[in-house]
Structure formats: structure tokens, C-alpha cells
Design a protein around this ligand. Structure first.
Ligand code: ZN
Length: 409
């Protein structure tokens, strides 16, 4: 028995029992996204700070708030409990009082998506599925392949043609069967859903599968626990599909509801200016389904976000804000984050930093602001993207004269 009470449609409020539906049939698969509700009162009986102090340092420590039956089998690769790093020099560059980075690039496949993917694989195994499948711009896919490999479950991946090579190499190294779809992400996504239906694979796609957001939620559960004694005012996170920021906020709120923490935060949702349909939906209240846009930050290059409503609701409920950063600002953030903190962020992750700079310019943040940025992916994921921003090495002859000349000494 899990602590799940019901699932609720974010559009019309219709309620469902666990397993009854994955999307709301009244609202359809595009708008009828479901949100999983837990019995927080019963979870609070055993999920306490004292209990947490005795548990494994992975995201499985929050078992009362995971969509898994008691006695589930965790995937072996250690996911979560990533460090929160103080970043005083970057805070100074950005003009805010305090900045901390939650470095989720340290997860097994190098991204935040290891959280939902490991939960997806654990659920697939619990349900007796023979395989798991996923469509992704990259990180969801590589994390799915990683978790499946660690658990010995076959994995089928549908990627769009612009997937960076580092991520593709990961997929193949983890032994997934990879379909590189010669079309858009939306087409890869639809194809994956059809294949799951036809072949009976477990569908890891976060928008269709409401339980995946509960894996993303562990990023928020952890932030809440780790920051309990010195909570920030804001959490900044990049936004592509929308379900990551929604999950983070949900986690922070659930930890407050069960009494492990007593603080809330404002969420700063950051999109790339070239691809900002969720920010526009935040302003207008509805999604422009004909939106066309593009950014080099491939992990958030999502023109038709499936979870826009969850993201808009979360940022709104937190009294937060949305901003957009240009690709140039994102490239600058990759460099500044690396040089002032030692954390190599992929472009989509550095977008959370670029957004802080934008929010500071707009007056949303000020010189006294205390912010935590979610670094959602490691820079090695997208070396080509990083190389656009980081400069060149000194090519020198093997002599001290050449070194001195390069150093201009
Ligand atoms: Zn509905």
C-alpha cells in the first residue's frame, strides 16, 4: 500500500483512484494532466526529521511520499541527496546577498531526471512490466536508460534528431534501443506513446504518466530538508515542459505539510527567450499551441509543453515569477557558474542562473535576495553547447618560451 489517496485533473478537478486513468478522459490527453495526492497526515506519522536522520542518503529516503507500494525495490544506482553548495562569488556577480546551488548534475546519469526515471523504473517493475520506454530531448532518456540498466529492465528510447552526442553516447552505453526520430520532439513523443500502447511497454513520459512528477518532487523534498535551518527566499529553476519546477514546488510544500519543515519559497521559473511558451501562458492564462521557437539549451527546447498548467499553477501559488533569458545570457551563465563555483552546468541548468541575472535587472530580486538555483544537468552532457561559450585553449610549442609568451610575461 502506498500513501496515494487519489489523482486530480488539473484542468477540471475530476478525481480518480490510483490506476484508474493516466490522463482525464473528459479533458483529453493534452489538457487533462493528473496530479497525485498523498495522505500527508498518515505520511507525517513516520516521515519525521528524526526518522530521516537514520535513513539512506538517496531520494528513496522519502518513501512515504513516493508513488510506490511499501516494500518496493529501489533501483541500485544511488539517486539524489545531491549537495547544496554555497556560491558567494557568483552571488556577488549577480548582485544578490546569497546564492546556493543544488548540484543535481551529480546524479548517476548526470541530471535531475534521474529522480523521475528511477521512480518510473521502480513502478514498472512493481507492475510487472517487461520493458520501459521514453521520449525525450535527452536527459529524461539517458536517465531512463541508466535506471533501467541498473535494474536489468529493457529500455526503448525515442529521441528527436537534435539530441547532443554526449547524451546519445550515454543511451547507447546503457544498452537502450534508440530510435532517433527524423522529426520534431512532439513527433517523437507521439510515436513513443503509440509504441507503448502497441507493445505493452511501461510509459515513462512524464506528462502522460502522472507518477513521474512524484520523482521530480524528490528534488523539492530534499531542498526542503537540506535547507530547513536556513531557508532561501527564492528557488530558481529552468522550465521546459513544466513538470520539473512543478514537482520541486510540490516537494517543498509537502515537507511543510508533514511538519518536517516550516518554510515556503517563491519559485522563479526561467525559460529561454527563444522558446518561452510557459512564460507566455503564465501571463495570458492559456497556452499558444501554435508556438514555434528555438533555443540552444536543448533540455528546455520544448515548443509544446505538456505540463504548462502545473508549472503556471506552482509559480503562481508560490507568489513567484517567470522570466526569460536569451541564449547569449545563458552562455554567459555557463561560463560564470563554472569559473566562480567549480560547477559545470549544461546550458539548460545554467538557465536558472541566467534567470537570476534577468530577475535582478527587472527588480524581481534585489541586493538582499537569498536564492537557491537548481543545477539540473552536468555540462559534460552537452560539450558542443558549452564550447560555444567557454573560449579556446592556448596552442603552444613544448617550450617555456611559448608558455611565457602565451601568459604575456
Ligand atoms: Zn479533467
Amino acid at each position: 500500500m502506498s500513501h496515494i489517496v487519489e489523482l486530480i485533473c488539473v484542468q477540471c478537478g475530476r478525481r480518480f483512484r490510483e490506476g484508474e486513468a493516466d490522463t482525464c478522459p473528459t479533458c483529453g490527453p493534452d489538457e487533462g494532466i493528473l496530479d497525485v495526492r498523498f495522505n500527508l497526515k498518515s505520511a507525517a506519522n513516520t516521515l519525521t526529521r528524526a526518522a530521516l536522520a537514520t535513513r539512506d542518503r538517496s531520494h528513496w529516503r522519502y518513501r512515504e511520499l513516493l508513488p510506490l507500494a511499501e516494500g518496493f525495490t529501489p533501483t541500485p544506482a544511488a539517486v539524489g541527496f545531491t549537495p547544496v553548495i554555497e556560491a558567494p562569488r557568483l552571488a556577488q556577480l549577480l548582485g544578490i546577498r546569497r546564492l546556493r546551488l543544488k548540484d543535481d548534475g551529480r546524479n548517476p546519469s548526470g541530471s535531475f531526471k534521474d529522480r523521475p526515471s528511477s521512480v518510473g523504473v521502480a513502478r514498472a517493475i512493481q507492475q510487472g512490466a517487461k520493458a520501459i520506454a521514453c521520449a525525450s530531448t535527452g536527459n529524461a532518456a539517458s536517465s531512463c536508460a541508466c535506471a533501467a540498466a541498473s535494474a536489468g529492465l529493457p529500455c526503448y528510447i525515442f529521441v528527436a534528431k537534435f539530441v547532443p552526442e554526449g547524451k546519445l553516447a550515454q543511451l547507447l552505453a546503457y544498452g537502450a534501443t534508440v530510435f532517433r526520430v527524423q522529426g520534431t520532439y512532439a513527433q517523437a513523443y507521439d510515436l513513443c506513446n503509440q509504441a507503448c500502447e502497441k507493445f505493452g511497454w511501461y510509459n515513462r513520459n512524464a506528462a502522460i504518466n502522472p507518477y513521474l512528477v512524484e520523482g521530480k518532487k524528490t528534488g523539492g523534498l530534499e531542498l526542503a530538508e537540506q535547507l530547513a535551518d536556513a531557508p532561501p527566499e527564492w528557488v530558481s529553476a529552468s522550465v521546459g515542459d513544466g513538470c520539473s519546477i512543478a514537482g520541486m514546488y510540490k516537494g517543498i510544500e509537502e515537507m511543510r505539510a508533514v511538519g518536517v519543515t516550516s518554510f515556503s519559497v517563491k519559485m522563479l521559473g526561467v525559460q529561454a527567450a527563444g522558446c518561452d511558451p510557459v512564460m507566455k501562458a503564465f501571463e495570458t492564462g492559456k497556452l499558444d499551441r501554435s508556438f514555434a521557437g528555438n533555443t540552444y539549451a536543448d533540455s528546455i527546447n520544448v515548443a509544446v509543453p505538456r505540463n504548462w498548467r502545473k508549472a503556471v499553477n506552482a509559480v503562481g501559488a508560490s507568489n513567484g515569477a517567470f522570466v526569460a533569458a536569451s541564449d547569449e545570457q545563458i552562455m554567459k551563465a555557463v561560463v560564470e557558474t563554472g569559473r566562480s563555483t567549480g560547477v559545470f552546468a549544461e546550458p539548460a541548468a545554467a538557465t536558472a542562473i541566467a534567470g537570476i541575472a534577468v530577475a535582478r535587472q527587472k527588480g524581481i530580486l534585489n541586493s538582499q535576495s537569498d536564492v537557491v538555483a537548481m543545477i539540473t544537468g552536468n555540462g559534460l552532457k552537452d560539450v558542443a553547447g558549452a564550447m560555444k561559450a567557454v573560449g579556446k585553449p592556448h596552442d603552444v610549442d613544448p617550450s617555456m618560451d611559448a608558455v611565457a609568451w602565451a601568459l604575456k610575461v
